[in-house]
Design a protein. Sequence first.
Length: 521
Amino acid sequence: MIRIKQIKLPVDSNSKENLIKKTAQKLKIKENKIEKLIISKLSLDARKTPTYVYEVDVKLENEKKYLKNSDITTTPDETYKFEILGQNKLNKKPIIIGSGPAGLFAAYILAENGYNPIIIERGKSVEERIKDVENFWKTGKLNPNSNVQFGEGGAGTFSDGKLNTQNKDKFFRNKKVLETFIKNGAPQSILYLHNPHIGTNLLTKVIKNMREEIIKMGGQIYYNTLFNDFKTNEGKLTQIKLNDEWIDCETLILATGHSSRDTFEMLYEKGLNMTSKPFAVGIRIQHPQTLINLNQYKTLRMDLPPASYKLTYQTKEKRGVYSFCMCPGGYVVNSSSEEGHLCINGMSNQSRDSENANSAIIVTINQNDFGNHPLDGIKFQRNLEKLAYQKGNGKIPVQLFKDFKENKISTSFKSINPVFKGEYNFVNINEILPNYITNSLKEGINYFDAKIKGFANDDAIIAAVESRTSSPIKIPRDDNFISNIDGIYPCGEGAGYAGGIMTSAIDGIKVAEAIAKHYHP
């Protein structure tokens, strides 16, 4: 097959028939000469008149004669290859702690290649977890082990489900992740869209299907099971404790999410090397989705997808302020996981059809802010979450942007209707976050108004506290992906090696590859 780039179709004429016609015109052939056409990439250019830009792979006779310019090339082989090079015998099945994207994909790849992995999940299955989360949003009653952060699928399950990554991927792990999602129920379009996403309502079904596939391929999963201790002999892992039972273990993939604070404390006390790392905290801001669409597309036409944005700024004090996990047509959700503490996140369903867009607006935090001990970042996050819980009386703290600037509690919403999952209270968010964060947020949001007109609208709704943007720790690993304790493989976002669904899933695959380089099934 050959790949043809830069095929442009106006939104009004975006159809498979017109795509074939345009492709044939670029190749200067008749349409019936195209035996097969597969979309490779699709993006939306909204700088002037909204236009779809395609990259397609086509099959036809005498393909080499069409390779005339840089827009027409041979379709590359983008097949992911998993190599088993290990010569050592694996005496015990590999055990994976956590079933978020990193743990789930490490398990999937290992199961697919005969390693029969075991997943240990402190929370519940995704079906049961959904019930607990919805009950929490309705009643405020938190299950500390089954919530937005904990349970099958990890924290990314209740998010926008973004599947884009900036990583260069010469091994095509990225494509393997997307193909696996498609095999388990995701739409084919995620393979070629410029900014693909799944959405919470569909992602939960995909995760369930992936789990069932892992079991069919020889894997196992245990829910409501907490990893709370381990033993070593001469620096090598020998046993782990699950709930109250000790079991032999020689290969442990540590794929806990960044909210597993009790696990990190246990690991540190037991001698696992870890360091603190910078992260960011802030608020979520809501605007009408129509406002974002009008700014990004310069039109409100209904045949365009809900628009997104990405904003960055450096304050006068040299702090970074940026948007994070932007959710078009989404919800702001209570994502707490500890009693007496409150944090928030954003999520969208697959259709992205709520009234509002929301995004975290966050400020960079470093060791000068929280201290040098490896666990000081966790302590910093907890202090903010405890204050948010207290000020909001257990409900999401909410304020209008005008009142945030004027340092007073709001009394009612104005021109923007709120879109939340979980109860909320009007609070002065200036009393939750330190001054250097609130000042940075005000400066940054006012600057963003020059990029998106209306961003600093007086009626914009802000909520606190967005504190789980990334892991505040990093667990060092060597070139073989092993920690200072032989047999423990730190993996994914919690260990400091990823930031989102895709990068976490890819890191899970990398760790599976590392095991295959050392052990045969």
